[in-house]
Design a protein around this ligand. Sequence first.
Ligand SMILES: Cc1cc2nc3c(=O)[nH]c(=O)nc-3n(C[C@H](O)[C@H](O)[C@H](O)COP(=O)(O)OP(=O)(O)OC[C@H]3O[C@@H](n4cnc5c(N)ncnc54)[C@H](O)[C@@H]3O)c2cc1C
Length: 471
Amino acid sequence: MNPAQEALKNAKLQPLWHDPDVMPAMQPALSDEVNCELLIVGGGFTGLWAALQLKEREPNVDIILTEQTFVGDGASGRCGGFLNASLAHGETNVDAHFPGEADRLIELGDQNLAEYIETLERYGIDARYEKTGQTSVALNPEAAQELKKEYEEYKASGKDVIWFDKASIREQANSSSFYGGLWDRSGQDGVIDPARLCWGLKEVLLKLGVRIFEDTKINNIEPVGADGMVTYAEKGQINSKKVLIATNAYTSSERKVNRSIVPVWDYQIATEPLTPEQLEKIRWGLPHSRHALSDFNNMFHYFRLTKDNRITYGGGGAVRYFFNRGIDKKFADQPERYAQLADEFFSTFPQLHDVKFSNKWGGIIATSTRFCMVPNTAYNGRLAWSVGYTGQGVAASRFGGRIGIELLGYQPSDVLKMKFITKKAIPWAPEPFRWLGIKFTQKALMKADRNGGKRGLWLKFLDALGLGFTC
Ligand SMILES: Cc1cc2nc3c(=O)[nH]c(=O)nc-3n(C[C@H](O)[C@H](O)[C@H](O)COP(=O)(O)OP(=O)(O)OC[C@H]3O[C@@H](n4cnc5c(N)ncnc54)[C@H](O)[C@@H]3O)c2cc1C
């Protein structure tokens, strides 16, 4: 057994965040025919935030939310918990897909995040929010030069950013892999405990009168008559005026939803709580430095501290798309992926060679061809969806929930006229082209990362189409 496997020996195949001591009781499954005005399918951030924002806008709307397993079992309760104001996955992506809308999207993203934090405070939801900002680290001298250029651009645009050269980044987080760091501490970006957020939102919704059915998988959604919808679960039926699909990467009965996203597995591991001596060795996690870190790569790792000073570590080359939209839970059990992550973790922090991992888990990201949310409607606005946040949906999904309810006619705003909402996502190619294309692109991205970010012909071609990006 190599050191990575040894360190993972007792790791539970369960998201660190799924703490049974914190998880609220499950709501009963649907076993009857019920009526409501709005049905929301999916108990992740999008569905939960949509319900809450609608209850705040129009308290009398009767809402049912259904979740196939339990609230927070999807990406929302499995993610890294990096809270980033960006709605459209960064400026390069905005320029490629929604030219002219960058300023408005930044403004909307900041507003969304401010309301997000304010909502947590107002309802007393303890999502363990920590305002860390976001810190990118360069893993070689070439990447450090590129990252420094980004720092200069940010600085010139008035952002509150700090540059760390090779020596000073290692003072903040002591890894001999780090050659420079950019700390963006403008705005309210930070980290949260994502399952606590899901479950906190669930409790609030129940108090506000939203009916939640867990263990209730929706199989089919159909229009009925001139202004209704009927939705079939395994053991029940819901008659509603409107339906919001908030199932993100999961296969939907609505074909258009499936064509706009592909499910991509992303894996994470979490250490046992680090001792003060271990923190001292890496100098990260000491009071002066609790950065939320990601490396400045195409296939980037993201790593952060928890309240009890564990490190969660995910992403990188472990990310996988499985042929024909594989989403089966068996894909969460991938010993080689976890060993790869543990290996990479120990290369980053060899000082922590004695650390053991307590948890390992995977979750599915919905990647769209625009690399950010895909909103749309069907049946004359009776059905809407917001899916496809790609790897950055912790904050954007609240906005996705807002857009979902506005598309269904609940206090629609001018935002609905933006290209960000109206521009249709290019559908993914059918198999086997999709699988081949993703595999090939992933390889090209990894090669670029090994070559100090230099992009080959294939990536340049994709860049020209606005498609040169994966997670
Ligand atoms: C490993 C991982 C790490 C990530 N890290 C970050 C990060 O650090 N920062 C960030 O910004 N983003 C991150 N993301 C992305 C982010 O988590 C997602 O974009 C966001 O959680 C999407 O929320 P959602 O509610 O749309 O989807 P989900 O949370 O997936 O919710 C969809 C829900 O629908 C349910 N469902 C599906 N089908 C049905 C059905 N037929 N009937 C009933 N229910 C159904 C599912 O069970 C699920 O609970 C990460 C994602 C993953 C997987």
